[in-house]
Write a protein that binds this ligand. Structure first.
Ligand code: AR6
Length: 176
């Protein structure tokens, strides 16, 4: 298993990704919002919200799964990252947990390809340079422990985010 064949960083729109699952940076209600959450609900159509209503929310750091409806992706994994409150409120552990629980849930559903946004780096204010380190560390550690995942994409919405996430991968000589 070669991690550089599995993990990639690209600039793009997550709703367009042709993967088994895309990850949503949701909030505890799972009832939609702005940012990537709004874009995913808009692209998936109203049935996504209907299914989300049946889930009863999601604690920070955990993940839930729904169908993708009108999205190219078959599944949406909804996770909730932490709101940045200065760094002493368990934010790092919670962001790590958000990535890890999404990966675990993906494998439970036999998902082979998955695309992540920069969880918590928008409205939730997590410093992007630190979020990038945690995202890449968590994914690499997960893969090193053994997994069936074949394609993991970190989808950055702009060049600034791309610079941080791709640097993190490059530092490990993993960028393909
Ligand atoms: N594709 C990829 N990335 C995107 C897209 C897109 N279509 N749209 C935005 N981003 P945010 P958070 C980037 O705020 O910080 C919502 O209201 C965006 O530029 O979406 O976890 C939820 O309901 C940023 O880099 O998520 C919650 O209330 C990154 O996605 C709250 O925001 C994450 O920004 C969650 O905040």
């Amino acid at each position: 298993m070669n991690i550089s064949d599995i993990l990639s960083v690209t600039i793009g729109d997550i709703v367009e990704q042709e993967v088994d699952a895309i990850v949503n940076a949701a909030n505890n209600s799972l009832l939609g919002g702005g940012g990537v959450d709004g874009a995913i609900h808009f692209a998936a159509g109203p049935q996504l919200l209907e299914e989300c209503r049946t889930l009863g929310g999601c604690p920070t750091g955990e993940a839930r799964i729904t169908k993708g409806y009108m999205l190219p992706a078959k599944w949406v994994i909804h996770t909730v990252g932490p709101i940045w409150k200065g760094g002493n409120h368990g934010e790092e552990q919670l962001l790590t947990a958000a990535y890890k629980s999404s990966l675990i849930l993906a494998e439970e559903y036999d998902i082979k390809s998955i695309a992540f946004p920069g969880i918590s780096i928008g409205a939730y204010g997590f410093p992007v340079e630190r979020a990038a380190v945690l995202a890449v560390n968590t994914i690499v550690e997960y893969l090193m422990a053994g997994s069936e995942l074949e394609d993991i994409r970190l989808i950055c919405f702009n060049k600034n985010a791309y610079a941080f996430y791709s640097d993190e991968v490059r530092k490990r000589n993993l960028l393909r």
